[in-house]
Design a protein around this ligand. Structure first.
Ligand code: GDP
Length: 444
């Protein structure tokens, strides 16, 4: 899937990764190509615009990590923005409501609604161990209700018995009642579709929604219809209100544009994707995996992620050098506290170092835990840069100002200053060798 977009973008980035330095002009040339590739993949114009803007701002504002090329850095940024555009996290069907949980399936005829209803029923039954009842509310298409009954038999999921002559609303109500009486956990309502959106269809959906107040309303759309799928989603959301989207026929989608626009245009998550005709061809929608499939550049992304970690290592080295010179100001303490927070507590780091037992005990008696670390950092942040570099400047009136600025008491400021003095003394006493090691440890 997505071969088209993936191939085009790969071509662009291949060219880009061979360049040495990246300037504004390079970024713009690359982004012009990205823009063209996205438009050709049928991503909607507004989404392309904001996508390219975001990448541009981030690319120009970010430092290129040492040991990757600027082009690789741009690939990583494109990847990040793509994941954000697709929705960041996987969003499963929400079953968190009093049973029976109603799930209403809506969409145009032929989108794959009935098939998807059965796929979801099977998944909820097999994987989530729910007792599921399916009901077809399609009274227009003669064989629709039978089609669902046949599927139900195939996958061993109950369907609501067919009573001829009932309206969709009556069927919905009967389904809910039956589910309640017979102890079903979930009721799946497969509504009727039309070949295109019309007033009657929207009115019918709104009526069913009002009568059955479903917990989820999932729009089933055919990803092959590209832009139309996106417009359709917007329309359904405006008129009926949807809680999520299922994109079908991803298996045949060479362009991937619908997936990329859908979330941005509707604000509603893509919850599942249909990947084939078979009943088990249904997958969770993982934005990072899809971005990887679209870009086909997972290797570069993980390379840049690894390289970014070395930035921390470089910082720690600098700190170690300062310590060797016997300089340890409040700026350094703040940096060190930030590192400690990342690594699960300063005493944890100290404990790993030979000969640091005493310092560790001191820190323990000073009660350094994560909450304390946060408070201490806020005190340091309320100081002027001058004060951080030269703590001796901090006398009574400055202490008052700092305390007020950080929402602490003067007494807390005193405690922090005392602790800093103790740490600085201790570090001086230990000299360079061990602190060098500590710098390395802190960067792991
Ligand atoms: P409905 O009119 O919306 O209920 O559509 P159906 O569920 O009857 O599906 C129409 C056709 O699309 C059927 O032949 C399905 O097998 C097929 N279909 C549904 N979902 C997918 C999918 O994810 N991939 C593929 N390749 N075919 C699908």
């Amino acid at each position: 899937m997505f071969e088209g977009l993936s191939e085009r973008l790969s071509g662009i980035f291949d060219a880009l990764t061979q360049r040495g330095a990246l300037n504004e002009e390079d970024v713009d040339i690359a982004l012009r190509e990205v823009r063209r590739a996205l438009l050709e993949a049928d991503v909607s114009l507004d989404v392309v615009r904001s996508f390219v803007d975001k990448v541009r701002n981030r690319a120009l504002g970010s430092n290129v990590v040492r040991s990757v090329t600027p082009g690789q850095m741009v690939v990583k940024i494109v990847n990040d923005v793509m994941i954000e555009t697709l929705g960041k996290t996987v969003e499963p069907i929400d079953l968190d409501a009093a049973p029976p949980v109603g799930i209403m399936m809506v969409g145009l005829q032929g989108a794959g609604k009935t098939t998807t209803t059965a796929k979801i029923a099977k998944r909820l039954t097999d994987r989530f161990k729910r007792k599921v009842l399916m009901a077809s509310l399609d009274v227009k298409r003669p064989a629709a209700q039978e089609q669902l009954a046949v599927l139900g038999k195939q996958i061993n999921v109950a369907t609501l018995p067919i009573i001829a002559g009932q309206t969709p609303v009556q069927i919905a109500q009967r389904a809910e009642q039956a589910a309640r009486l017979q102890g079903f956990d979930v009721v799946l309502l497969d509504t009727a579709g039309r070949t295109h959106i019309d007033e009657a269809l929207m009115a019918e959906m709104a009526e069913i929604k009002a009568a059955s107040s479903p917990h989820e309303i999932l729009l089933v759309v055919d990803s092959l219809t590209g832009q139309d799928a996106v417009n359709l989603a917007k329309n359904f959301d405006d008129r009926v209100g949807i809680t999520g989207i299922v994109l079908t026929r991803i298996d045949g989608d060479g362009r991937g544009g619908a997936a990329l626009s859908m979330r941005a245009v509707t604000g509603k998550p893509i919850k599942l994707i249909g990947t084939g005709e078979k009943i088990d061809a249904l997958e969770d929608f993982y934005p990072d995996r899809i971005a990887n499939r679209i870009l086909g550049m997972g290797d570069i992304v993980s390379l840049v992620e690894k390289a970014a970690q070395t930035i921390d290592a470089e910082k720690a080295e600098k700190m170690a050098a300062k310590l060797r010179k016997g300089k340890f100001d409040l700026e350094d303490l703040s940096d060190q506290l930030a590192q400690a927070e990342k690594l699960g507590g300063i005493s944890g780091i100290m404990g790993m170092l030979p000969g640091m037992g005493k310092l560790k005990d001191q820190l323990a008696s000073a009660n350094i835990d994560d909450k304390v670390i946060k408070r201490q950092r806020s005190i340091i942040l309320s100081m002027t840069p001058q004060e951080r570099r030269n703590p001796d400047l901090i006398k009574a009136s400055r202490k008052k100002r700092i305390a007020a600025g950080s929402g602490m008491k003067v007494e807390d400021v005193n405690k922090l200053l005392k602790q800093h003095r103790q740490m600085a003394d201790l570090m001086k006493a230990f000299g360079g060798g061990k602190m060098g090691k500590m710098g390395k440890m802190a960067s792991m």
